[in-house]
Design a protein around this ligand. Structure first.
Ligand SMILES: NC(=O)c1ccc[n+]([C@@H]2O[C@H](COP(=O)([O-])OP(=O)(O)OC[C@H]3O[C@@H](n4cnc5c(N)ncnc54)[C@H](O)[C@@H]3O)[C@@H](O)[C@H]2O)c1
Length: 263
């Protein structure tokens, strides 16, 4: 199916590794012109090279830490300048320290909220004026099944639930200006190839995030009895990014989790 994303101007935050990388490659294959914003410049350049090979346009990289509001807005403004506009923002940056709440050091709260929630708000603020001016635009944020409540994820879950509420509000406020705002909520998505992970990827040390028994628990409780792959998430993002196939879809969360969560 042609998603109509040929020559679309796209920004992907956290596009260097794993899920973000799959999103970049998928959108580049659709013919989009992509800018990756990521703090891992080396891995972002490797991903941009791969995207350029499979796409119509050279993919670009803007190295930035979107964990601070100013840096996120500045990086998005630079991306819009390089692209000469913006049709699609994929706010994909996120990170997590799974742990029970009372074992979570409060000194990590601010950073978890900044990277998972404030970065989405800052990037949205940076792209909205251009999208409103041209009367179209799609914003897709990577939420998580944790947004519906999950053990060992309290602060991350709060941030991702905040992303859902924020994006729905953006859909309500700016739909009349032609802007759609949607989310993909991945379930547990393990990387299959270490080459898809840069030094900043959470999954460089998978055992610290989730041990084998915990992975088995998720698989056992997943109706399809298999975990999503990064490409499954990227397919859903591409669908929501496309005005052609999802023109009537806004304010929605598409959960890609094999049925592990059904909201
Ligand atoms: N993998 C999963 O199981 C899973 C499940 C649910 C939701 N998610 C969400 O999907 C998104 C992608 O996760 P992933 O598993 O690919 O993670 P990952 O750690 O493999 O990749 C995250 C990317 O973001 C970049 N990044 C991290 N913090 C940054 C910052 N402050 N500024 C700029 N770049 C930064 C990293 O360099 C990396 O390229 C995140 O929002 C995550 O919360 C992942």
């Amino acid at each position: 199916m042609d998603l109509g994303l040929t020559d679309a101007k796209v920004i992907v935050t956290g596009g260097a590794s794993h899920i973000g990388r799959a999103i970049v490659l998928q959108l580049a294959r659709e013919g989009a012109e992509v800018v990756i914003i990521d703090r891992d410049e080396a891995q972002a350049r490797r991903t941009a090279e791969a995207a350029t090979v499979g796409g119509r346009h050279p993919a670009r990289v803007i190295p930035a830490d979107v964990g601070t509001r100013d840096a996120a807005e500045h990086a998005c403004a630079e991306a819009i300048g390089q692209l000469g506009g913006v049709d699609v923002l994929v706010s994909n940056v996120g990170y997590n320290h799974p742990e029970f709440f009372l074992r979570t050091d409060p000194s990590t709260w601010d950073d978890l909220l900044a990277v998972n929630l404030t970065a989405v708000m800052a990037c949205t603020r940076a792209v909205l004026p251009s999208m409103i001016e041209q009367s179209h635009g799609a914003i897709v944020a990577t939420a998580s099944t944790a947004a519906f409540g999950e053990q060992r994820q309290s602060v991350y879950a709060a941030a991702k639930a905040g992303v859902v509420a924020f994006m729905r509000t953006i859909a309500l406020e700016y739909g009349r200006s032609g802007v759609r705002a949607n989310m993909v909520a991945p379930g547990l998505t393990l990387p299959e190839d270490p080459a898809t992970l840069g030094d900043e990827s959470l999954w460089r040390n998978r055992e610290a995030i989730m041990n084998d028994a915990q992975v088995e628990y998720v698989v056992r409780n997943t109706p399809l009895r298999r975990l999503p792959k990064a490409e499954d998430i990227a397919n859903a993002v591409a669908f929501l990014a496309s005005d052609r196939v999802s023109r009537q879809i806004t304010g929605q969360v598409v959960t890609v989790a094999g049925g592990f969560a059904m909201r």
